[in-house]
Ligand binder design. Structure first.
Ligand code: G4P
Length: 190
């Protein structure tokens, strides 16, 4: 998606070897018009897949997920990160290890909001090591729902998440695919 690549070039900042800061438009300050275009693009890709529901993880997946849900006219459910020691009843859960933050999040979705046979599209802001999407797939399995695909705003193709999802046979649509960071600049996979 050209518009997204341009924003990354203009406003993204490369930190260290493998982190891209995009807090000016994606995950701190949010550009609603860009998010709307992102949602419309995902919707176009998955329009024939009979999606019943969008799934994401709080917090940064919510904005692109909501605009995708708006374009496909389906509800959006975000997995919550459980901060208390006890687990409430009636939830699907998964452990999501973040390599970037070196913490494990216990994520959960109320069983009322995901059930057997529902066709699910997973949306997230970044695909790095694939742990967030893997956790959501785990929850989809528990619910006996069906994962139809994943829509990713920014994929870092040099990390192992893409391969992990390809190995599981999940169709993945990434709107910007980053091949490498070189001298603080972003190189895209064309
Ligand atoms: P994964 O997202 O593919 O599972 O990989 P990883 O475990 O490395 O990522 C963990 C967290 O770090 C995720 O956020 C992910 O969105 C974020 N992340 C990964 N790479 C980048 C990057 O290059 N730039 C930025 N800004 N974030 C990155 P999270 O823990 O779910 O938190 P939240 O920000 O959504 O609340």
């Amino acid at each position: 998606m050209k518009q997204l690549e341009e924003r990354i070039k203009q406003e993204g900042r490369v930190l260290g070897e493998d982190i891209l800061k995009v807090d000016a438009f994606l995950n701190h300050q949010i550009d609603p018009e860009l998010m709307q275009a992102i949602g419309a693009t995902f919707a176009q890709h998955f329009q024939n897949d009979k999606i019943d529901k969008i799934l994401t993880v709080e917090s940064s997946g919510i904005a692109p997920a909501v605009f995708t849900g708006l374009a496909l006219h389906v509800p959006v459910v975000f997995a919550r990160k459980n901060k208390s020691l006890t687990l409430p009843d009636g939830v699907w859960t998964a452990d999501v290890y973040s390599y970037t933050k070196q913490t494990t999040n216990h994520v959960m979705i109320d069983q009322r909001f995901l059930g057997a046979g529902e066709r699910v599209l997973i949306i997230d802001d970044f695909l790095a090591n694939g742990q967030a999407v893997a956790g959501l797939l785990d929850i989809v399995d528990q619910a006996q729902a069906v994962a139809v695909g994943a829509g990713i705003v920014i994929e870092k193709s040099f990390q192992k998440g893409r391969q992990l999802l390809d190995d599981r046979g999940l169709p993945v649509v990434s709107l910007a695919r980053i091949k490498a960071f070189r001298d603080g600049q972003v190189e895209f996979d064309s």
